[in-house]
Every structure is written in C-alpha cells, then in structure tokens.
Design a protein around this ligand. Structure first.
Ligand SMILES: C[S@@+](CC[C@H](N)C(=O)[O-])C[C@H]1O[C@@H](n2cnc3c(N)ncnc32)[C@H](O)[C@@H]1O
Length: 437
C-alpha cells in the first residue's frame, strides 16, 4: 500500500503551485523510493490536469467554498481525483487517507466535512453520477475556455475537442535509445529490474514503459544511453533527417535530445551546439561525447546574435522556445500558468532567431525550424512572415523516398509542413525545412 507521507507531499506541493502559479515540481528528496516518487507525480499531475473539474465538483458540494481553508479543499480535491481516476486504489483507502491528511495539516476540525463530502461523492458515483454528462466540455476536460477557443479557431471544433481530450491523457513514458549498440544491455537491465517495457510500434529506437517506476535509477538512464522523449519530436527528426547535412548549427540545443539524434545522421559532418542557458548546455556535454560525431563547438550565446560571420553553415536548426502547448500532457501546469496574453510571448524572439539563422546559413543551405506548440501563430504564420521578410527562402518538401509514409495519417497540415497534433500516445509537434537560394 502507498505510504501516507507521499500524499502529504502531494498536498504540500499542490498548495505551493496554487499560491505561486508555479510548475509541477519533482518529488522531494524525502520521497526516496522510486515507486513512491512515481506515485507522487501521478497524483500531483492528475490534480493539476483535472483542476477545473475538481474545483467545480468542490464548489457544487460546499456552500461556502470561498471560506474553505486551502489545505481542506486540496485534500478533498485529491480525494475526488482518486475516486474518479485511480481505479487501482480502493475507495476506502482514499477516504481514510484524506482523514489522516487532515490531521497532518492541522485541520482536524474539518475531518467530518472532508469525510462526509468524499463519502457522499462515492455514493453518487456508485449510483451512476457521471461528471462528463454533468459539466460543460471544457470543465470536464479541464481546458481553459480561451485555450479551447483558440484551438477551435485554428483547427475546427472536432479537432479542437480531440486535442483537448488528448492533452488531458497521460501518454505513457517513451524512452529513446541513443546508442543502438547498447540495446541488449538496456533491455537486460530492464528485465532484471522487472521494468515492464515494449518496443514502440513505429520507431525502432523507442521503448514504451507501462509505468515509470524504477527507470530513473537504471544505469542506462544515469549514463544517458536512454532519455525520455516524445514520439512526435522523434518522428520529426526522422522526417527531417534528409535535410540535415554538412556543417550543422543547433541554435537552441539544450538539453540535447535532438542534438544526440542529429549526431548519428550520416550526412552531418560537423556539429556546433549552442544555447542561451549555460546550465542546460552542461547537461548535453557528457552524452554527446559518446556519439559518432564529437561536436566541433559548444557555446552559450544568444541565438538572435550569434558569434559567427555570414554564410557559415550548411544547416541551421532552430528548435525554438515556444508556448509548449504540445506538451500539456506531461506539463499540465501550462494550462494554468500561462494566460492568453503570455502564451505568445516568444513570437518576437522566434522571428529574431529565424532571421539570425538565415544570416549564418550558406546559400544553398537549409534552415530547419520547429516548435512543440499547437499555436499557428508560432508555427505556420511565423514561417509565412519569415518568407515575407526573406525573399531568398522557400519551403522544402520531404523527399518522396522517405520511409515514414506510415505516419501520414497522424499529420495535420498538408505538406510541406510537418505537424502532428497531440494524440493519445504522443504530444504535438511542428516543423519545417526552409531552403535558401
Ligand atoms: C525547445 S527547447 C530546445 C530543446 C532541445 N532542442 C532538445 O531537443 O533537447 C528551447 C531552448 O531554447 C533555449 N533558448 C531560449 N532563448 C534562447 C536564445 N535567445 N538563444 C538561444 N537559445 C535560447 C532554451 O534555453 C531552451 O533550451
């Protein structure tokens, strides 16, 4: 059975997130058992993912909701979440733990209230209460109304609703194997540790874990042979491989998932890695040294003012900072930490990165731009504006002999753009290759 202390830290972190509109933190060091760390993340992410629904259920059941102490409402919301979404936890255990949490948070006086609300909720569920039928779509799927409206505008109502649903499901943990020669060692270690995994159906170098328990402590993860990546971004790199060649500059490289991939591309002869963030660049260093291609240069600089003369690279890759709305599945806090106004705060920077990338690109070279955003303004529109400013550039098409024909059904935008919208097993990703005359 799960130890009670994990839930204590979940409530503590949830209250912190609410008070400072912060990101979901890693489990605290005190939660040291790998399984408990996984449980912590599952509960906390779940509470944040379903926040609108949990709040609505609470408001319906407590007359003076605004007067309720933060800890009390958080404990009830955790209880609702477990009763609704954590089938493997017996309902009795969830309700019992809620009472224990009330004591730990020194709100014992509210124990009867917490107990009563959760018991009544359980009875209603047993009698067929279905929150999906009771609530407005955006409340049930816990998507801010403004975000849903933006998706409806960009993709139409049906796709927007599918996106909202997919953004709300945890897609499982996908690992990329960066060093094919380590495959046997990695699978042997997973088997020895009883970590259940299966190969990804489309991407040979990916594994799918049934749950995340234990893999963080494996030698394979610690040594960087495997890393967590979203299938959509890995598919993008496979799509883009034919465009990477010669001297390559990765402008926004950290933490290095895609740099590791491009270091294995045959047509890449020299690789230069850059990022604005020094601490994030440090993470790449060790891993990249083990690849086929040792980087020719690693630097920390502002990609909108690169320390290079004009016309230096055959390929410039800009994996731009963006709203990251394609990663909401794994980072549900994006729904609540970002306002509509803030969502597009990187637009100017993206345009500057594109223009600076164009400056250091050789004539005949390729500028590759990508984001993990679902926002057309950061994707297609950004590219169209660039093409309007830079008359020497044109959209490149994926080579017809590409082996990735099977993924066409996932693609949203007709070629030459690459766009995967978030689905049940992958996040959203956008990319494009721009040729220079
Ligand atoms: C989407 S992430 C890149 C992910 C990376 N390509 C990978 O595959 O692991 C965007 C990166 O852009 C970097 N960044 C933000 N502003 C930048 C700037 N002005 N110049 C260069 N890098 C920047 C961030 O530090 C962050 O590491």
């Amino acid at each position: 059975m799960q130890t009670p202390s994990t839930r204590f830290f979940v409530i503590q972190s949830f209250l912190e997130i609410k008070s400072r509109k912060g990101k979901i933190p890693k489990p605290p060091a005190k939660v040291d058992d790998p399984r408990e760390r996984g449980f912590f993340t599952q509960l906390l992410q779940g509470m944040v993912r379903h926040e609108l629904l949990l709040e609505e259920e609470l408001t319906r059941r407590i007359r003076r909701r605004k007067k309720l102490q933060g800890a009390v409402s958080a404990i009830i919301k955790l209880g609702f979440f477990e009763l609704l979404f954590m089938e493997r936890i017996p309902a009795r255990a969830s309700i019992h733990q809620a009472g224990w949490l009330a004591e730990r948070f020194r709100v014992s006086a509210a124990k009867p209230l917490i107990n009563g609300v959760l018991r009544k909720f359980l009875t209603e569920l047993d009698q067929g209460y279905d929150p999906e039928k009771e609530h407005h779509f955006n409340i049930y799927e816990s998507i801010p109304a403004w975000m849903l409206q933006r998706w409806e505008k960009d993709y139409g109502e049906i796709k927007a609703r599918n996106l909202a649903k997919a953004s709300n499901r945890f897609p499982g943990i996908h690992l990329t194997l960066h060093f094919p020669e380590k495959r046997n060692l990695v699978t042997k270690e997973f088997s020895n540790l009883s970590i259940a995994f299966e190969p990804h159906s489309l991407i040979p170098e990916m594994f799918v874990l049934q749950d995340g328990k234990g893999f963080l402590k494996t030698e394979a993860f610690q040594k960087g042979w495997i890393s967590v990546s979203d299938p959509a971004s890995v598919l993008f790199m496979l799509w883009a491989e034919p465009f990477f060649q010669g001297r390559v500059l990765d402008v926004c490289a950290a933490p290095g998932g895609k740099s590791l991939k491009m270091a294995s591309f045959d047509k890449v002869s020299a690789l230069y890695l850059n990022d604005l963030s020094h601490s994030r660049m440090k993470k790449i260093h060790d891993n990249i040294q083990r690849t086929r291609l040792t980087p020719s240069g690693m630097m920390q600089s502002d990609g909108s003012q690169l320390p290079f003369r004009n016309d230096q690279f055959d390929t410039v890759f800009i994996d731009a900072p963006c709203s990251s709305t394609g990663t909401i599945q794994k980072n549900p806090d994006i729904k609540w930490t970002t306002s509509e106004k803030e969502l597009l705060k990187n637009l100017d920077l993206q345009a500057q990165l594109l223009d600076e990338g164009a400056r250091v690109l050789k004539p005949g070279g390729t500028l590759i731009y990508s984001t993990c955003s679902l926002e057309k303004k950061e994707n297609q529109n950004q590219v169209q504006l660039f093409l309007g400013r830079q008359s020497g550039f044109f959209l490149k098409h994926r080579s017809p002999e590409s082996t990735l024909a099977q993924m066409d059904e996932w693609m949203y935008e007709p070629k030459p753009y690459f766009q995967i919208l978030s689905g049940p097993l992958w996040g959203g990703f956008f990319g494009v290759a721009l040729g220079c005359h």
